[in-house]
Design a protein around this ligand. Structure first.
Ligand code: AGP
Length: 606
């Protein structure tokens, strides 16, 4: 998953490209490059490593004069290892191209082009696209791109320029995100919105299959069928600060502390507590009365949100709910039909396995609903309906605020369906909505204890293994706490249903293996306390997460407390100390918290 940018305008293209690439680094960062058109010549500079390496390389070769046209790229390798040759932009004759996605039939096309005498400098599928466009190029770049794209199978977001057309920038997307920014006499292409926010708030979201020709005279778009179309211009209200760190050390830290606001924003968008109403976009609930079963599909943290959602949905709505990891859902060929609701949860809306699972479910006639955080993302567009979380841009690779907003959307969905099916009175819905509105304040209380948690991190940052235990609603939170720790601190951590301890994990208990036990005051509290005793009686070390003032605090070695809350809502609070613990341990270890090794923010390769 990579980041691409493009610029055509009166300003110096290079500064805009570098600024944009820095905001896209989280999308992948093993190499980077820019291509500029100056004096009817292409200038291409590429480097391995992060954007700062590219800036260093540019200092020696920055072309003369004001350059108005350019494209840039930051790469997360999918074909070919990180190297300068494999870095983008890729050049073919007068043409330069940057690409995000995977071309499935690139080898077949590469062989055909080699038979025509073309040679290749890289192992990438993207260079094949550049040469294919050059193969069709007769002086009209837009035409050549349209011709070439007819041959491609797979996913792409492209920005293409030619030294022979210094006033022309071409873009195209299929199954990879691409947005168009409209400035005053200047135009921007980018993989997503934060990259262009410093320059414009007017954004046009390209549809799948769209190709766009940008010239100083304006923008013309043709859709997948080659028909000229208009796309709506949206005004993005994200402040630049929202897309930057706002004084925090890392995006992840900022996003952890943004969770109360993100939850409040998402609630505000969908509820009227006084009326006891939950409002969702109509398309999200078409045929809702028909649904006899629910399947939820996601990856990683989003899958954990689905596991929490199931605990709410089944008893409240009275239908069976399955939860699947997207890659497993695809593999098992599920039995779905028109009475099935399939929900696809994805922060980025671009995760390849989740997108493929959505397409599989649609193909089987299921009603599909997306829960996404990125407006206009592929999953949000391909589902029958979408309910957006309003977490704002989540830049840190480790998902935090998107997770809590995904959970609250699923809880609201359970309340709405229960109410529509006559299983919950308006008064009870209203009461529960009122309790939900108290959550942001309770979250603030937990987050205010960051100093205590940072102190705990100083004690545990050199530990090699962690075990996380939870039950019922907090079993997925045990999984989430373990994932947070392992993905940013590289410490091995395992989440487990506490009821399974006697079936294996209890053999792990020994001094030096901290066990995080999530045991708020809820219906499984007594069983969790028994698990704590099991661990303590074997000289294990327990970090308890529980309700403030609870006697549990005296039974464990360390105690992270949450304020009292309805038992159905504890996950919104118990996850917070686990996020902070993982963050402070990773930071203490000097890990790259926002861009952990080997990970990307959105896994757009299957
Ligand atoms: C979570 O911290 C990870 N970054 C990862 O597990 C993530 O949740 C997963 O890749 C799914 O991403 P999505 O929500 O954008 O589909």
């Amino acid at each position: 998953m990579c980041g691409i940018v493009g610029y055509l305008g009166e300003e110096k293209a290079l500064g805009v490209l570098l600024e944009g690439l820095k905001r896209l680094e989280y999308r992948g960062y093993d190499s980077a490059g820019v291509a500029l058109v100056s004096g009817e010549r292409l200038h291409v500079v590429k480097s391995v490593g992060k954007i700062r390496e590219l800036e260093r390389a540019l200092r020696d070769v920055e072309p003369e004069g004001t350059i108005h046209l350019g494209i840039g790229h930051t790469r997360w390798a999918t074909h070919g290892r990180p190297s300068e040759a494999n870095a983008h932009p890729h050049v073919a004759g007068p043409i330069a191209l940057v690409h995000n996605g995977i071309i499935e039939n690139y080898l077949e096309i590469k062989r055909e082009l080699e038979e025509e005498g073309y040679t290749f400098l890289s192992d990438t599928d993207s260079e094949v696209v550049a040469r294919l466009i050059f193969h069709h190029y007769g002086g009209d770049l837009f035409e050549a791109v349209r011709e070439a794209l007819k041959r491609l199978k797979g996913a792409y977001a492209l920005a293409v320029i030619s030294e022979e057309e210094p006033n022309c920038l071409v873009g195209a997307r299929k199954d990879s995100p691409l947005v168009l920014g409209l400035g005053e006499g200047e135009f921007f292409l980018a993989s997503d919105i934060p990259a262009i926010l410093p320059f414009t708030r007017r954004v046009l979201l390209l549809n799948n299959g769209d190709k766009v020709l940008i010239t100083p005279q304006g923008v013309s778009i043709v859709d997948e069928a080659g028909v000229a179309v208009e796309r709506p211009v949206q005004r993005i209200m994200w402040s630049i600060a929202q897309a930057e760190k706002a004084g925090y050390k890392h995006f992840m830290q900022k996003e952890i502390f943004e969770q109360p606001r993100a939850l409040a924003d998402t609630l505000r968008s969908y509820i009227s507590p006084e009326k006891g109403e939950v409002y969702f976009p109509q398309a999200a609930l078409d045929d809702a009365s028909r649904w006899r079963r629910v399947t939820m599909v996601a990856c990683g943290t989003s899958w954990h949100a689905a596991l929490v959602g199931r605990v709410w949905l089944e008893p409240l709505v009275g239908v069976p709910v399955e939860v699947d990891i997207a890659s497993e859902f695809r593999a098992r060929d599920p039995a779905l039909d028109g009475d099935s609701l399939a929900i696809f949860i994805s922060q980025s809306g671009e995760t390849a396995d989740t997108l493929a699972a959505l397409r599989l479910a649609r193909g089987k006639g299921a009603r599909t609903l997306a829960v996404c955080n990125v407006v206009g993302s592929s999953i949000s567009r391909e589902a029958h309906g979408v309910i957006y979380t309003h977490a704002g841009p989540e830049i840190g690779v480790a998902s935090t605020k998107a997770f809590v907003t995904q959970m609250v959307v699923l809880y609201l969905l359970a309340l709405r369906l229960a109410s529509d099916r006559g299983r919950m009175e308006k008064e009870e819905v209203s009461r529960r909505l009122g309790v939900l509105l108290s959550l942001p304040g309770k979250m603030e209380e937990v987050l205010a204890r960051e100093g205590e948690i940072e102190g705990l991190a100083r004690e545990y940052f050199q530990v090699k293994d962690f075990l996380y235990l939870g039950r019922w609603l907090n079993y997925p939170i045990a999984l989430e706490g373990a994932l947070k720790l392992k993905e940013i601190s590289y410490i091995h951590a395992e989440g487990y249903p506490a009821g399974e301890m006697k079936h294996g994990p209890i053999a792990l208990i020994e001094e030096g293996l901290p066990v995080v036990a999530i045991a708020p005051r809820d219906r499984v509290y007594d069983k969790m306390v028994a698990n704590v005793e099991e661990v303590k009686s074997r000289d294990g070390e327990v970090i308890g997460v529980g309700t403030q003032g609870d006697p549990l605090g005296q039974r464990v070695d360390r105690f992270l407390s949450i304020p009292p809350v309805d038992e159905e809502l504890t996950p919104f609070l118990t996850v917070l100390p686990l996020q902070l613990l993982a963050y402070f341990i990773a930071d203490r270890k000097g890990c790259d918290v926002d861009q952990p090794r080997n990970l990307a923010k959105s896994v757009t390769v299957g």
